[in-house]
Design a protein around this ligand. Sequence first.
Ligand SMILES: *Cc1c(COP(=O)(O)O)cnc(C)c1O
Length: 399
Amino acid sequence: MTEASPAISPSGDPWPHPRQRAWVEVCEAAVQRNARTLMRSLAPGCNLMAVVKADGYGHGAVPVARAAAAGGASCFGVATLQEGVELRQAGLLQPVLVLGNLTQPEELRACLHWQLMPTLSGMREALLCQNLAAGSGRPMAVQLKLDTGMARLGAPWQEGRRLVEAISGLEAVELAGLYSHLADADAPGLELDSLTALQQQRFEQVLIGVQQAGLASGCRHLANSAGTLRSAQLHYDMVRVGLALYGHRPALHLGADLELQPAMQVRARVSLIREVPAGVGVSYGHRFTTRRPSRLAVVGIGYADGVPRLLSNRLQVLHQGQLIPQVGAITMDQLVLDVTDQPAVEVGSVVTLLGEDGGAVIDPQAWSEPMGTIPWEILCGFKHRLPRLPQRCASGLMD
Ligand SMILES: *Cc1c(COP(=O)(O)O)cnc(C)c1O
């Protein structure tokens, strides 16, 4: 991480990071508050897993995990072994579940070493774990995933009871959890849609079978953000929340009663201003031509930073609460704004691509909808090229 000086510049520049061309500001207090807000909305006794895969949905996994834990999250979900190791190396001690499938003995050995729980989709990996952990002195904690209608990871739900029984019989393996994943929990409407209801029914059927057989399932969990916001009936012992933790609702009809606070702001600086006559073609392919004498501002952020090129000529950014149109093709490292109507924008001015600026807000949905994608993909698009810096959070947030 690059330096993160919270100082306000002597010129009164309210932005704390005067030397960067572009950056992501992460409000850790917002993540903490969102975790607390979510905790309050859960069924009694239900735990919160903070899903911090994909580098905390682009926010930075370690600071986000710490903030979520401070807000009440009791464990973390990651997608890969590497993501789990990163949390351990940062000194985080909470339980970590690897949601992806680990297939190689070396990967499972690393899980044992770092005390990360792998997700099992069948006996193959369960037996690998048994072999690795036998003689190590402590049983290896694992979780079993069932496919109840997603057709991705997980064992067929019909085999759930039998697998729980078989895994329970492995003396070096401890079944710490039993879970499934919802495929369509953000479907329209507030009633449970038919697919979610079917998935829940199948999950229940396994749980009942396990209970009747006198077996322990460990922690039972089913809901992602959408399932969590949709119905307390989906909460069980724990919920696995990603998107909502970062302050975004998975669909407009879900979580409208919760005050979630977006944690990410993407900002960049104007590096050049140019005055051009009418009729000038801008950027690759001249996909925009000025229709009047124009003032153009070049901003140092592009698609290599996470601003999708598909938004060329469709993006808007904020400066002091005002929307400014982006023009021409978005390039790898730069984009161009038409600031003809914003004389206050000058070299060094900071514009906001996502997040809050001067009382106005740009949500990731403003990008994902015209692109035909989802806000998850927009947030994860911000990878390591941009420094992640702590944000001065909006006042009133540090309650
Ligand atoms: C990513 C993921 C989640 C979190 O999903 P959100 O919709 O972001 O809350 C939960 N469970 C599993 C298995 C996942 O892969």
